[in-house]
Each structure stands twice: as structure tokens, then as C-alpha cells.
Design a protein around this ligand. Structure first.
Ligand code: SPD
Length: 287
């Protein structure tokens, strides 16, 4: 039989298209915010696609979810309160919940359909932790939530967004970073989805330049992941801690029990993730 190929929309990566062999469409619908597709792939497990762009495959999601969560959490001495912006598939929540010091997790995901399909089609892989008693889940616009003074204070804010076309566009604006800063406790840390060095170096330089105006310490880190554009995705990390290694040296080491549950993150890769190739360093280092 002929192979069906799913290929990504090329909104932010003109001239290239990533394809996966597709076995079966499990769900396809339109929410109030976006097009939502879940399909079973031939070799990457179930795949979640929003507005034509791959968000998660079961085979490689751990690289992204572990790094966007544990880079900021292990850079903090004692994280107790965490805000997850987006993250409706539950993967980042699963990682945050691995930290026993965390007492309160608030998740602000605009689109309930993302949580619903994850609970149905990724029940054993991503949506494993929605019953954690530390969690408060709200379906709200995070930009509006953070603009109002009642959003609470956090040690770590993780922005697990889609790309800045569509509902996530507002999460890349300066006002959003300023509001996140105001929602942090002393020594608080923000970590956001920071696109790809190969494709979006100008966007990354722009974001880093702007947020450098709000935070004393800003650094970029990245991870490898086969199913994101060009096989790589990065993170913009911002800390209120002014010390030079506030972000690139973990403040805590992974205990043995947690290490058994991690497939990508370790203390060595934490430091390595901040080491940039020369073309990127030249463009974005002097923030
Ligand atoms: N180009 C795709 C970037 C997607 C980042 N967010 C993924 C959500 C996984 N929890």
C-alpha cells in the first residue's frame, strides 16, 4: 500500500518541510483557537499537531519537555511555586511534578481541546499528571492572566508555547516578559520556548535584546530533537539572580531516584546546553 505522508506547514521555515509516515488519523478538529490534529505515525508513536506544526511525538518529546523544565528548575535553589504557560499536553507538568520541593503548580493553557486530546491519545505518555494535587489548571489567556495583579508569585515560570504565529504570538512580546518578571519571587527564573538557531537567529537576537532590558541575567540554551524544524529547539532563560552563572551551572544535582526517571537531562548536559556555536554566539552573545 502507498505510504501516507504528513508534512508540516512551513509558516516559519520556508523552503523546507518535515514529513512523517502516517498510519491513521486519530482526531482532527478545530478548537476556538486552532486546528488540532492527532495521528498515529509509523515510527514516532502518536503525534500532536497544532495549526499544521508538530508539537509532540511520543518518541522524542522527552528531550524538549525535560530541558524546558529542568534547566530552570535545577538553576533554582529551592523552587516551590511554578507557573506553566501553555503546556496543555501535560508533558511539562509531568516533568515539573518530579521536583519534591514544588508545592504549587499553576497551568494556564488557553485551549481546553489540547488537554482533552492529550488525556485521550497520550494518556500513558504525556497526560500522566493532571491529577497531581499540587496542580491548579485554568483555561485562560496567559497574557491577560499575567497582566492582572492577582496572578500570584512564582519561583519559576515555564512558557511552553507553540510558534509566534497564531495564539502564541502575544507570548513573544516585551510586555509579556515584563509581566512575567513582575510575577516572580526574588531569584525567580523564566524559561520560554526559544525557536531554532538555524532558522530564527534574528528573532532570537531580537527577543534576547529586548528581555535583557528587564532581567539582569539572560541566556540561551538549546536541545536536539528530530521532529522539530531543523532538529533543534532552544530556550530563552531569564533570571532575577545577577550572578554570572545563575543559569548555566545547576544549583542542585539530580538525585538517583529522579535520574532513573530522566532520559535526556543530566547535570553535564545542563552546562553544555548553554555552549553556543560561533555563528550563534557572535549574533546573540552580547545581550
Ligand atoms: N515548532 C514547534 C515548537 C513547539 C513547542 N511547543 C511544544 C509543546 C510541547 N509540550
Amino acid at each position: 500500500s502507498t505510504t501516507q505522508w504528513f508534512s508540516e506547514t512551513e509558516a516559519m521555515w520556508p523552503g523546507q518541510k518535515f514529513c512523517l509516515a502516517q498510519e491513521e488519523v486519530l482526531f482532527h478538529g478545530k478548537s476556538d483557537f486552532q486546528d488540532v490534529l492527532v495521528f498515529k505515525s509509523q515510527t514516532y508513536g502518536n503525534v500532536l499537531v497544532l495549526d499544521g506544526v508538530i508539537q509532540v511525538t511520543e518518541r522524542d518529546e522527552f528531550s524538549y519537555q525535560e530541558m524546558i523544565s529542568h534547566l530552570p528548575l535545577y538553576s533554582h535553589a529551592n523552587p516551590k511555586s511554578v507557573l506553566i504557560v501553555g503546556g496543555g499536553d501535560g508533558g511539562v507538568l509531568r516533568e515539573v511534578a518530579k521536583h519534591p520541593s514544588v508545592e504549587k503548580i499553576v497551568m494556564c493553557e488557553i485551549d481546553p481541546m489540547v488537554c482533552d486530546v492529550s488525556k485521550k491519545f497520550f494518556a500513558d505518555t504525556l497526560a500522566t499528571t493532571f491529577n497531581d494535587p499540587r496542580l491548579t489548571l485554568m483555561h485562560d489567556d496567559a497574557a491577560a492572566f499575567l497582566r492582572n495583579g492577582d496572578c500570584g508569585k512564582y519561583d519559576v515560570i515555564i512558557v511552553d508555547s507553540s510558534d509566534p504565529v497564531g495564539p502564541a504570538e502575544v507570548l513573544f512580546r516585551s510586555e509579556f516578559y515584563e509581566n512575567m518578571k513582575n510575577a516572580l519571587n526574588p531569584n525567580g527564573i523564566v524559561c520560554t520556548q526559544g525557536e531554532c538557531l538555524w532558522l530564527h537567529i534574528d528573532l532570537i537576537a531580537d527577543v534576547l535584546g529586548r528581555v535583557g532590558g528587564f532581567f539582569p541575567t539572560v541566556q540561551y540554551a538549546y536541545t536536539t530533537i528530530p521532529t522539530y524544524p531543523s532538529g533543534q529547539i532552544g530556550f530563552v532563560l531569564c533570571s532575577l539572580d545577577e550572578s554570572p552563572n545563575a543559569l548555566n551551572k545547576p544549583k542542585r544535582i539530580v538525585d538517583e531516584k529522579t535520574a532513573e526517571n530522566l532520559r535526556y537531562y543530566n547535570s553535564k548536559i545542563h552546562e553544555a546546553a548553554f555552549v553556543l556555536p560561533s555563528f550563534a554566539e557572535k549574533k546573540i552573545a552580547p545581550v
